[in-house]
Design a protein around this ligand. Sequence first.
Ligand code: FNR
Length: 384
Amino acid sequence: MAPILEISDLKERARRRVPKMFFDYADSGSWTESTYQANESDFAKIKLRQRIAVDMTNRTLATKMIGQDVSMPVALAPTGLTGMQHADGEILAAQAAEEFGVPFTLSTMSICSIEAVAAKTTKPFWFQLYVMKDRDFINSLIDRAKNAGCSALVLTFDLQILGQRHKDLRNGLSAPPKFTPKHIWQMATRPMWCMKMLTTPNRTFGNIVGHAKGVGDLSSLSSWTAEQFDPRLSWDDIEWIKKQWGGPLILKGILDKEDARHAVDSGCDAIIVSNHGGRQLDGAPSSIEILPEIVDEVGDKVEIHIDGGIRSGQDVLKAICLGAKGTYIGRPFLYGLGAGGKQGVTQSLEILQKELDTTMALCGRRDLNTLNRDNLYSINGVKV
Ligand code: FNR
């Protein structure tokens, strides 16, 4: 087997192991995918400043995100249907993150439920919330996250309506799944995936099915989801969510400096500069392009995190230099999961850790917390 040296190696292995409709679900952006692609390619437009003859011993990547210790500032982003990349995907990813000392964020749209993940982990994880029209259900989700000991709520505000992903439509991906001969063939050609999936009870949307009113099984899920995402969501909603939750709150989906100011006024503990991995507004700027503007606007008032397009430790380092206190990876850990279950997720984190550590040293720094724009040579061809 080809060695796994970088995230793209995990991606190619996942492509061979995960049924096409689920691999494509992860590896897709909305419409032309221009924002999805820019998320990755814009990192390459930032150049680092190499330093030599400085003491590079005793290096550390350890830091804090929202006051919580992390072995490096890389959290696992919330991703829906993670349990379809690999059976028990959310549990395995949470366990890998826990052992690595980085946060795992469980999506509202996960396959394994909050309780199933809590039962198989020993440290608190984070829970991501989509706000839906059924506020009783949202309150109950928040209570379940509290009961499970979750240590942060990630509130996603950029998905009031859904960006269209052509690949999912072409693949006929739907909830409940409609299994055509094409789908059955795609799964049959991935026997390991099938075997593991057949032996787990976690094959439905565990946070929703059996919990939301009127969603007793998968067949009622589709219409419920279609009408539940709330197009009337507003800044005022943060107040009751904060009150109900009562713990650290991270607002996800900020891509505009006016919205960043609103987020600060709402009193959240951190914001995530994010375009949902290029899955919502196609044509929006990449997260890394907009990050400096947001940092200049509110960086002294709120902790800033970023996700979108991070594929290497070098990318993490560039985001930190530009003022992010934390980063998240979505697809990189999903590729790891599809490629090799829990071990694959660990590999994705190891790759980033090694790259980040070596890159920091070559920039002449020993502690991530000392990095800033001085460590960059240029952005978009413009000298810093
Ligand atoms: C996501 N994302 C996401 N975000 C969220 O708040 N709730 C969710 O349920 C999901 N679901 C989801 C599924 C899949 C397959 C992907 C790829 C992404 C967005 C995610 O949290 C994050 O913003 C991006 O994945 C970051 O970009 P990268 O690292 O994937 O490039």
